[in-house]
Each structure stands twice: as C-alpha cells, then as structure tokens.
Design a protein around this ligand. Structure first.
Ligand SMILES: Cc1ncc(COP(=O)(O)O)c(C=O)c1O
Length: 416
C-alpha cells in the first residue's frame, strides 16, 4: 500500500526534537557555581543554605506554611504519610490511575494501598469511590492531580473531615496549579511535589513536601534527616527511625531560577495549549479532558490530557494513531502514561516483602483485587498525554503538531 505516512516510508512532518529541559540564565549558573565553589554540595547542615533559599521561595509562591526539599517525589509521599501518623497496617486510599510511585510510597511504609476508580470527567480519583472504600482501618486519602487536572478537593476534604482522615495531595504534576485561587498542595494536610527530569521544574531528581501543621513538618524534617531532632524541628515527642532522604544544595540551586521563570513559560504553554486544543477539536476525535470547572482557577501543563474517540477515526485504535504520529516526529503518549496500577508490572506487591497487605489481599496484590473500569478505559483506549516539552516552544511547533495529526487523519484508512 502506498501512503504519505512516515510510518510507511513517507517524509515525516518534523525531524527536529522538541526543546527539552530547563533553560538556565547567567544568574542561575552563578547560583549553581556558588554552591560548587563553596565545597559543600550536599544536604548537611539540614537544611543547608541553598535548601533554605529555595524552600522559602517555593513555599512563598505556593502560599504554604512549611516545606522541606528532599530526594524525590516518591520518598516525599512516604515521609508525609509517616509524618501525618499513618502506621503499618493502616489503609490508604488512592487512585488506580497514576504513576506507580504514588501507591509504592504507601507500600514502602508497610501501609495498605486501596486503589479506587477515577472520575470519568477528570480522570482524577472519584470521591464517591473513595467514600465507598473507607473501612475502620482507613487513615488517609492520597488524591493525585493528574496531568492538567485537579482532583475534586471540595468533595475529598469533606469526606476526610467526616471520617477523620488525613489528606495528602500528590502534586507531582501540578506545581502552582490552583483550586479556588489557592495552590494545590496547600488544601490538604500535606502536599508532595516532584522535580524529576520530566517535570515542569527539575533538579534532575528531587522532591518537596509542604505541611499544614508545624508538628507534621518537624516530623518530616526529622524523618528525612536520619531521625535527627535538631533545633528548629524538635517540637514533637519521642523519636522515629528516619531515612537519609535529604535533598542536596546543588539540586536546590538549580530550582530557584525555574521558580522565577515559571510564569513566563506558563503563559507561553497556556497559549500553545489553547491553539492545540482548538486545532485538535477541529480535526476531531480528541476532546480535552475536564470541563471548565470554575473551581480550577489555574491549570498546570506538565501533561495535557485529551480523550481519544476511535469511532471518529474509523475505529482505528489510539495506539495505532500514536504510532503513526510518532513516525511523523510528534510523540503523544498513551499507555506509557500509565497502565492502571492494578495491571502495572511495576506495581508488584507480595506479602512476603510487605506483610501488612496479607489481611486484605492474601499473598499478592493483583488485578483480581480491584474493579477499575474507568481507569482501564482511560489507560488502554482513550488517554492521550501531551508533554510540556511539545508546548514550550513557539506557536509554530503547535502548527507542526497539528499538521502531523491532520496528515495521519487524512491517511487513517492506511492504518487499519
Ligand atoms: C503522580 C506522581 N506521583 C509521584 C511521583 C514520584 O516522583 P519521583 O519520580 O520524583 O519519585 C511521580 C513522578 O514521577 C508522579 O508522576
């Protein structure tokens, strides 16, 4: 069959990679050089100098009371749960549609993850499913603000109040996104962020935990710093076995400038997302996820979520369309972001290693333990994730993306 599609040997629409990673200005490089020349790159004393500078800036922008910079977003969630008083054997409810780290962090403290389905509108955790999953052992809810969406914090906080549970917001995707004019991460008892390489701000690896209560913060500081209690974070009773999860000063130095530049890049992405959404809607088969919920007063664009409708593409599956687009030089993602957790091979949990799951799940936690049809449909058939690297360049990048999608659409019969 002859076709103009690059998948079948035609000329790709785009051969240049999209711009990746943060851009550093001279002032940012100076800040990094200062840390290098100081000879103290690490996390001790804790918090170290660049850590303090960054934590103050990041908390100030979030409107958060207390914050700690730490090794990554996964350990940040584990530290938060322990700081909030979640113990081995306690149940923690989270979404079935997220990166494995969200649920692994629960397992890593020997708590018991309970995966529930998502809201078909936002693909964030469904509050009704959360409430239905509460048992006398439930201690915490971990909503994830997925892609450019925000979980229904009003409903989740009301459920938490009613059942005396703590709420830990997983904001790994959602730096500076706002619900009712207030940044996510500051609505619940604690909020966790990631600065891993793909994120909207990055120090290569890194994480941040904000806490509402001072005692939670002091416990978190201690847990991150090998259980030490030092002046400034010693307000709680007793001691806890900690980890070394300290973020380093070298990492912190990379982040200050990214906070300063955030709004400028965000404005560019917002305008590119509007162009992309308009163009995809005209081509057909791609609908933006989430409606115009007025409670979402600012979206973040780590990944922008679209719902693919194969019927409008002659029954051709999403994966085939994404494969053809990739050949055209445009990488939209589907199943890689993410399989539903109960079917994710990375989320392998056995009672031999994590004995507290045995009561609820037996020897292994597996697909048969959960019924998550909305997560499955999103993950396997509908979801299309567009990474911010495709949306940070000039508007002509979006024109090219749309040209590629239109080309694939024109040739859809060749994909059957
Ligand atoms: C939703 C979500 N939660 C948690 C994490 C864990 O963050 P990290 O990779 O920094 O450990 C990630 C990111 O990778 C994520 O996407």
């Amino acid at each position: 069959m002859t076709s103009e599609l690059a998948l079948f040997g035609g000329t790709p629409v785009r051969t240049e990679p999209f711009p990746e990673g943060p851009r550093f200005r001279e002032r940012d490089l100076e800040r990094i050089r200062e840390v290098v020349e100081s000879g103290n790159l690490g996390g001790i004393p804790f918090p170290n100098r660049a850590h303090r500078e960054f934590a103050e800036l990041f908390c100030g922008r979030l409107g958060a009371r207390h914050g700690v910079f730490l090794a990554n977003g996964t350990v940040s969630l584990s530290v938060a749960l322990r700081a909030l008083g979640v113990h081995a054997g306690d149940e923690v409810i989270t979404t079935g549609y997220t990166w494995m780290g969200t649920a692994a962090a629960i397992v890593h403290i020997n708590a018991v993850p309970v995966l529930v389905d998502i809201d078909p509108n936002t693909w964030c955790v469904d509050p009704a499913a959360v409430e239905a999953a509460i048992t006398p052992r439930t201690r915490a809810i971990v909503p994830v603000h997925l892609g450019n969406q925000i979980a229904d914090l009003d409903a989740l906080l009301a459920i938490a109040r009613k059942h005396d549970l703590v709420v830990l917001e997983d904001c790994a995707h959602a730096h500076f996104a706002e619900w009712r004019g207030q940044c996510v991460g500051t609505h619940g008892d604690a909020g966790s962020f990631s600065f891993e390489s793909s994120k909207i701000m990055t120090s290569g690896e890194g994480g941040f935990l904000v806490s509402r209560e001072e005692t939670t913060h002091h416990r978190a500081m201690s847990l991150v710093n090998c259980g030490r209690k030092e002046e400034g974070y010693d307000s709680f009773e007793g001691r806890m076995l900690g980890w070394n999860n300290r973020g380093t000063d070298l990492q912190a130095a990379f982040l200050v400038g990214q906070v300063e530049q955030h709004d400028e890049l965000h404005a560019r992405r917002k305008s590119n997302v509007e162009l992309l959404t308009k163009g995809l809607t005209e081509i057909g088969g791609f609908t933006p996820v989430g409606d115009d919920d007025p409670r979402v007063t600012r979206r973040q664009y780590y990944e922008v979520l679209y719902r693919f409708d194969a019927e409008q593409w002659g029954g051709v599956h999403r994966d085939r369309v994404l494969e053809a687009l990739l050949a055209e030089g445009v990488e939209f993602e589907g199943i890689t972001f993410y399989p539903p957790l109960h079917r994710d091979s990375l989320f392998t949990v056995s009672a031999q290693d994590w004995p507290m799951i045995r009561d609820r799940y037996g020897d292994h936690l597996g697909p048969e333990d959960f019924h998550l049809p909305v997560s499955e449909r999103a993950a396997f058939d509908e979801s299309v994730w567009v990474h911010h690297s495709l949306l940070t360049g000039p508007a002509s990048d979006v024109d090219q993306i749309l040209e590629a999608v239109a080309k694939v659409r024109r040739n859809v019969d060749a994909l059957r």
